[in-house]
Design a binder for this molecule. Structure first.
Ligand code: DAH
Length: 346
């Protein structure tokens, strides 16, 4: 094929190609082993020596022409492909965003935190104790000896024989705190924590529930100190107009023992579904620490005195947020915690 014919072919081919694949085919057609330019170059052996140089220059000119066309087109197609890809993957920032679903604090946790805040402001420490407890701390050192009927009231989960159990109350933390206190005064602590009893779960019972234990030991502590303390927490949690009252009760580890009622924050004492028409709501058990318990904890009851209390956390939260099933605290349905959230800010 002559130089002119190759040029003619090339100019037609240049017009026709539409993509990178076709461009590469062209390279084979012109510069491949049997390509038009390659074969044309082979003619050099039939050319007289003195014309070889001029012929070589022609071949080079053809090659250069092809190559510069090739490079230019290749860049063009590559850019085109990139643009197409970018267009396809473009993000439309005007589209509405996916909503982020945020969590809500567990309502029980929130109540416990509130109680902690109030007690901390009065100088109490927030302490912890083991959930797997020894009989010694859960019962014996709280003045409930083996075989005592008071044990039956707390249907306990025993883990190892009769010595190791899941604590049925947070009261053992009183004992542990006194022993750790080593006779130091004053003791001011609260302990929110999980407790366990062999109850069948229903709207008002759970085999696992939360108590908030409290203990104060100092000189000349009286029942009126307990009353004043309870008043403060009742007002902070349920509103300033709420009052508290004590009813006589019985616990092995306090003497005297009381049930703590608060006036109904909902109906202001008139009677409603929350206070079961009585005007009063029970929120805790409490009393003056029994001399035996003080003694076993390392504090001489002739010198020191103290009070203790135990709040039922679920019960308080249920009253505060008007919840009628304690199982909602332990399921993870966000819709429920959101509802309480709203109730509170209303
Ligand atoms: N531990 C008791 C219970 O589980 C509650 C309680 C009553 C705790 C009186 C106390 C207290 O600290 O003084 O029923």
């Amino acid at each position: 094929m002559t130089e002119e014919m190759i040029r003619e072919n090339l100019s037609k081919d240049k017009e026709a190609i539409t993509n990178l694949g076709e461009l590469n085919d062209l390279k084979v057609k012109y510069l491949g082993k049997k390509g038009l330019i390659t074969e044309f170059n082979q003619e050099i052996k039939n050319i007289p020596n003195e014309e070889k140089k001029a012929f070589g220059m022609k071949v080079n000119a053809l090659k250069e022409e092809f190559n510069s066309f090739y490079e230019e087109k290749k860049a063009y197609f590559e850019e085109q492909m990139l643009n197409e890809k970018l267009a396809k993957e473009a993000i439309d920032i005007t589209l509405p965003a996916t909503k982020v679903v945020s969590g809500a604090p567990n309502i029980l946790e929130k109540l416990i935190e509130e109680v902690e805040e109030v007690f901390m402001s009065m100088g109490y420490d927030v302490v912890d104790g083991p959930e797997i407890e020894e009989d010694k701390y859960n019962f014996e050192m709280l003045n409930i000896p083996k075989g005592h009927p008071a044990r039956d009231a707390q249907d306990t989960f025993y883990i190892e024989g009769e010595e190791v159990l899941l604590r049925s109350q947070t009261s053992p933390v009183q004992v542990r705190t006194m022993l750790k206190g080593n006779g130091e005064i004053p003791i001011r602590m609260i302990c929110p924590g999980k407790t366990y009893r062999r109850d069948d779960d229903d709207a008002t019972h759970s085999h696992q529930f939360m108590q908030i234990e409290g203990l104060l030991v100092d000189k000349d502590i009286s029942l009126s100190d307990l009353k004043g303390t309870i008043d403060i927490i009742a007002k902070k949690l349920f509103g300033n107009e709420v009052e508290s009252r004590f009813r006589p009760s019985y616990y092995q580890f306090t003497e005297p023992s009381v049930e703590v009622d608060i006036s109904c924050f909902n109906c202001k004492g008139k009677g409603c579904h929350i206070c079961k028409k009585t005007g009063w709501i029970t929120i805790a058990g409490a009393g003056m620490v029994h001399p035996n318990v003080l003694r076993m904890g390392g504090y001489d009851p002739n010198v020191w005195s103290g009070f203790a209390f135990g709040f039922g956390a679920e019960r308080m939260a249920m009253l505060k947020y008007d919840i009628n099933d304690c199982r909602v605290f332990y399921n993870t349905d966000l819709r429920e915690s959101k509802t309480f959230d709203r109730k509170e800010t209303e």
